[in-house]
Design a protein around this ligand. Structure first.
Ligand code: NAP
Length: 299
């Protein structure tokens, strides 16, 4: 249980509600900042303002998946007020306090390192990335279905990258009966993709493997689907680029060539915010409980 542990939520979206729910169920003392337009209420959570004093007793601060922008502004879909995390807020935090977010921009990283506060970037964790790959693959399938006039079953589907998202994407497509080709750069990924029944190839030879593609799902976060690769595809190919912005596709060339290319970031939060929130809630609550237990043991 988190009895006595003080946690502040600053801004957030539908995913955040799942985290609030979980932490209040665990009996934490929860302060909500930027939830004034929220209809739902949580037992054990109190609405408050973003003041310096609030930070002096906190054990954890939870920011939305994107943390802050480059000037410290925090996005909150349940408020019309401006939320800005400033150095004077962080300076008030006890040294054991931690800040949790999905991905941090340099502003937040610098703020935390200047004040020696631990920053936890949840989306960098393997477990979170693997769990998140499930709604990501489902969202990618949704886009594929919406943007083609063929079934996934039987579709020649190229997946680029065989990491946490690529492996799930390939397996999900295979489950629906697609013909799955997987582009990798490591021998061990080639071997694993082969073992799993995919048709592996090396990305250095990508142009040779897209000639019959109905669908291409990219998870490589650098320019890989170049003009040359797009020129080797049939015009019917639909590219769904899952890699973080700006993606790995030459979108300008794809448009010129008449190949449909979609950049699809943030799918878990869009297609399955409840599940995406539960993923975050489960990991964050575990981490905060471990910290609470450690502090209690040291006391
Ligand atoms: P990951 O586990 O690191 O996988 C990335 C894969 O790309 C690895 O297999 C890596 O190979 C490969 N790769 C990287 N650079 C390459 C290159 N130049 N040539 C060939 N292969 C290359 O990352 P992930 O968690 O799957 O995430 C992949 C991307 O999807 C990230 O940009 C992430 O932000 C994004 N993402 C998007 C969504 C969404 O909703 N659209 C959701 C989750 C994640 P090595 O192992 O050899 O490095």
């Amino acid at each position: 249980m988190l009895t006595g542990t003080q946690i502040a939520f600053i801004g957030g979206d539908a995913r955040t509600l799942e985290v609030i729910q979980r932490l209040t169920e665990l009996d934490a003392i929860v302060s909500l900042i930027g939830f004034d337009n929220l209809k739902q209420s949580f037992v054990g959570a109190a609405h408050t303002e973003l003041t310096e004093e609030l930070f002096t007793e906190l054990d954890a601060v939870l920011l939305p998946p994107v943390g802050t922008d480059d000037e410290g502004y925090v996005e909150g879909v349940f408020t019309s007020k401006e939320l800005r995390l400033l150095p004077e807020h962080i300076a008030r935090l006890p040294k054991h306090a931690k800040i949790y977010t999905g991905m941090a921009k340099p502003y937040l990283k610098k703020l935390c390192s200047t004040h020696s506060i631990t920053l936890v970037e949840l989306f960098e964790r393997d477990d979170v990335a693997i769990y998140n790959s499930i709604p990501t693959a489902e969202g990618a399938l949704l886009l594929a279905i919406q943007n083609t006039d063929i079934t996934i079953h039987g579709a020649v589907s190229v997946v680029l990258g065989f990491g946490r998202t690529g492996a799930t994407m390939a397996r999900t497509l295979q489950g629906l009966g697609a013909k799955v080709l997987v582009g990798v750069r490591r021998n061990e990924h080639f071997a694993r993709a082969y073992e799993m029944g995919f048709q592996p190839f090396y990305t250095s030879e990508l142009t040779k493997h897209v000639g019959n593609a109905d669908l291409l799902f990219n998870t490589i976060p650098s320019l890989i689907v170049t003009g040359e690769v797009i020129a080797a595809m049939p015009p019917r190919t639909v590219i769904i680029d899952l890699a973080s912005k700006p993606g790995g596709t030459d979108f300008r060339f794809a448009e010129r060539r008449g190949v449909k290319a979609i950049l699809a970031p943030g799918l878990p939060g869009i297609v399955a915010p409840k599940t995406a929130g539960r993923i975050i809630a489960s990991v964050v609550s575990q981490l905060i409980m471990e910290d609470t237990q450690k502090r209690r043991n040291e006391a």
